[in-house]
Design a protein around this ligand. Structure first.
Ligand SMILES: [Mg+2]
Length: 407
């Protein structure tokens, strides 16, 4: 089954402050940091047309009595854990997908608690009673259809997608509603008149492969109910393939030097996460979103594999300078360490690139990060980062709005 907590951030806020109950409520970032966008909204706000992602003033034009509250991420993380604890009474195969969603495999618990629908009712009732939150649950024979089921009816609903009814329930849905079909894939499929999941299921997989590569085969299998993905055991770590960090800046960026400062600041987080997984990057990828919301991406190998923040960001910046045309100012930047390898394997020194420079940088950063652990991240840092970075101070970067994939 797939359990999805309804209007998650807003529901937690209403639970913590019951006087908001029944009112149009939105959780929104602060206007000063340009995060003044709607992160989540209550059912009442939704009915008046308030949308996630729009700015507060737009939402208030449609819904003048909208109450906005700032996000309390620690509470969202806490309630997510509390829901997981309830799920854990029924199965240990719990795979979170963002803070508010989880897949559960309850196959082995059927003898104890009854079938999937029965367990879904038990879980839904307990979450309502104990956490004062509601769930939409999809029950099915694979992860993809369970997720579609939980999207089909909300709030506070249970939907059963069976081997018998899936062609009736699923095939009429727009292709976009299938996990893995983003904006770009939807556009390609539309070109070939593949508009629904049923259209996708009936298309020759060889044709899909020729247009979408291996992803085409995967989508065809998923559309036909042939997804055989396993639900992970709770706490099982997902193998790390890339480590990235991105941010929307508080003002648009106009110059190379502004980009350099942001990349350097972002790379510190990337480096610390690489170190915690004992990994090195042998490539770097830069993602750029322009102020017209269009985006582009560049990637290149690194001369040496490393977890060094300065080296990764410096090579990322060189790549950026070579490839970005500056026709548009920049709204957000991402730097990602790619082609990861274990940091335990030896590195081949190469006569065309001076390894001693990198070795010195690594030593320097080791000292810097050990000082961070003892005295905090403000104890010592590159002088460049003393300048105006156009980055908001207190946004926790690992938190994404509910519903976004975590990998
Ligand atoms: Mg949700």
């Amino acid at each position: 089954m797939h359990c999805d907590m309804n209007a998650y951030y807003a529901s937690v806020e209403i639970k913590l402050n019951p006087s908001l109950h029944g009112k149009p409520v939105a959780v929104a970032g602060s206007q000063a940091d340009r995060n003044g966008i709607i992160l989540a909204k209550s059912e009442e706000a939704k009915q008046q047309g308030v949308k996630t992602g729009e700015v507060i003033w737009q939402a208030k034009q449609k819904c003048p009595n909208l109450i906005t509250v700032p996000p309390q991420y620690d509470q969202y993380i806490l309630h997510s854990k509390l829901a997981h604890n309830i799920y854990y009474d029924y199965t240990d195969q719990i795979e979170p997908f963002g803070l508010d969603e989880c897949w559960l495999d309850v196959t082995a618990s059927k003898a104890l608690f009854g079938g999937g629908m029965q367990i879904a009712k038990l879980i839904s009732n307990r979450v309502k009673k104990e956490l004062k939150l509601t769930l939409s649950i999809g029950v099915s024979f694979n992860k993809i259809f369970a997720k579609l089921g939980s999207d089909m009816n909300k709030p506070d609903a249970i939907t059963y997608v069976s081997r018998e009814n899936y062609t009736d329930l699923i095939f009429k849905l727009p292709v976009r509603s299938l996990l893995g079909v983003g904006y770009a894939t939807e556009r390609k499929l539309t070109k070939y008149n593949i508009l629904t999941i049923g259209d996708l299921a009936r298309t020759d997989p060889a044709f899909l492969q020729s247009k979408l590569g291996i992803n085409g085969i995967k989508l065809w299998l998923w559309a036909n109910g042939l997804d055989n993905g396993r639900v992970r055991v709770y706490g099982e770590s997902i193998p790390v393939k890339t480590v990235g960090h991105g941010i929307t800046t508080t003002e648009d960026l106009y110059t190379d030097i502004e980009v350099w400062r942001v990349l350097l600041a972002l790379s510190e987080n990337v480096s610390k996460r690489l170190r915690s997984h004992s990994l090195r990057a042998s490539g770097v990828q830069i993602g750029v979103r322009r102020n017209d919301m269009s985006s582009t991406e560049f990637q290149a190998p690194l001369p040496y594999a490393t977890y060094n923040a300065f080296y990764i960001s410096q090579n990322g910046f060189i790549l950026f300078k070579e490839r970005y045309d500056w026709k548009k100012p920049i709204r957000s930047l991402t730097i990602t360490a790619i082609n990861l390898e274990s940091s335990d394997i030896p590195r081949q020194i190469n006569i065309f690139h001076d390894f001693s420079k990198l070795a010195k940088l690594e030593d320097l950063e080791d000292v810097m990060f050990s000082l961070h652990q003892r005295y905090g991240t403000k104890s010592v840092y590159p002088a460049r980062l003393m300048e105006n970075l156009k980055i908001a101070k207190q946004v926790p970067y690992d938190i994404k709005p509910p519903g976004l994939p975590v990998f």
